[in-house]
Design a protein around this ligand. Sequence first.
Ligand code: DC
Length: 219
Amino acid sequence: MRLSVAIDGPAGAGKSTIAKIVAKEFNLMYINTGAMYRAVTLKAIENNISPDNIEALCTIIEDMEMHFENDELYLNGININDQITLPNISQEVSAYASIGEVRIRLVNMQRTMSLKYDVIMDGRDIGTVVLKDAAYKFFLTATPEERANRRYEELRNKDIEVNYNQILKEIIRRDYADSHREIDPLKKAEDAIEIDTTGLSINGVVEKICSYIKSHKNI
Ligand code: DC
């Protein structure tokens, strides 16, 4: 059986940074499922498709081949990492990610990846829906202020002009939307290990996850 590690948690909890390092440690493919919802949002905006036009959304998804290489998302052979992290995509993505028909399609793609490769997958519904049977499940949290600060630094490092208060507002809004939507809301799986990363270094969190996996390797 393939090895699967699920990492869930709210925006800015450090999921992707940590998942990438753990992936290297155990030779896993890193699948960033948020990037896949962002890719759908990017294509929808490019084609002027609003979230209520479900039929058109399903049609564009049919033509989207997504795969990951070196931790980055390729859409129909093109690396779209920089485009999907722009603030306008962050603003729109929860509206598209809350649509059941979109989720069914992306969850199928994600499960197919997990059958082909040993994976570490991060998102909101990995432990509860996508990889319910994953041997290892982690749920990362941090205060909204700490998460806003991390996102602020990340965007500043990319020379993108940003405002801290706006990012904090956006994170609080997105937390609410992600955890209150009807379909597959963000929530901790019963069997997930919760790690509050507030005040912890990246290495501190990586260490906790790696030592847990090593000590339970024969689950
Ligand atoms: O992790 P992120 O911020 O890049 O995720 C972008 C959006 O996609 C976020 O609003 C939540 C949503 N998402 C989701 O609904 N399910 C997932 N498995 C991953 C992300």
